[in-house]
Design a protein around this ligand. Sequence first.
Ligand code: PGA
Length: 249
Amino acid sequence: MARRKIVAGNWKMNKTPSEAVALVEELKPLVASDDVDVVFCVPAIDIIPVAEAVKGTNIAVGAENMYFEEKGAYTGEISPAMLVDAGVKYVVLGHSERREYFAETNETVNKKVLKAFEHGITPIMCCGESLEQREQGVTMDFIRQQVKVGLQNVTAEQAKTMVIAYEPIWAIGTGKTATTEQAQEVCAGIRACIAEVYDDATAEAIRIQYGGSVNAATAPELFAQADIDGGLVGGAALKPDFGKIVNYK
Ligand code: PGA
């Protein structure tokens, strides 16, 4: 069975609540699609107004992070139950910016992935190598580690429903998209890793996105690759271009 494509916008730390609603209104008609799952992953404070603004559309709301505890004395954090109550269906976990600036590790990402499943939120788990790692030829070793640790104690049934985003760090926000061949090669490698950890059926079901400077011009070729099931889009998700990326065909 063909995997359904999923295109998610990662708004990062952009848009105040009122700006967020205005952007949703602008993008709503442009991202309508029967073939592709569309997700807007937005800053925590924008989740409630965005969830309201997307009602009745094909857009699902995602968060950009989440804590792995249920509740309690964790000042500044947001719990999975809070996200669910606000209408969140997806959560980006382990983005390279969170790993770099906020001390996320494969272990904390794993705790968050497990917690998201417990609450019925679909994780979009990010992985990706630095330029140095690519140049040293350890890309796949590094990513396999991220994926395997990130998925510890995740069942095959759960893994089948999740999304993995392959985002080479050197391609994020740099305008340097990985070549189609580079992106396909690593996404195929991730799928092979899933097959080893679980089985072929799980590897066939899991959706793997490419992310890193995706735009309307590069999306069609990237998304046509056998192992690329859509994209995680940063900069271009804040522009009308996002509609073209969703409707890439
Ligand atoms: P970019 O960001 O599309 O701006 O490169 C992608 C991401 O970080 O998810």
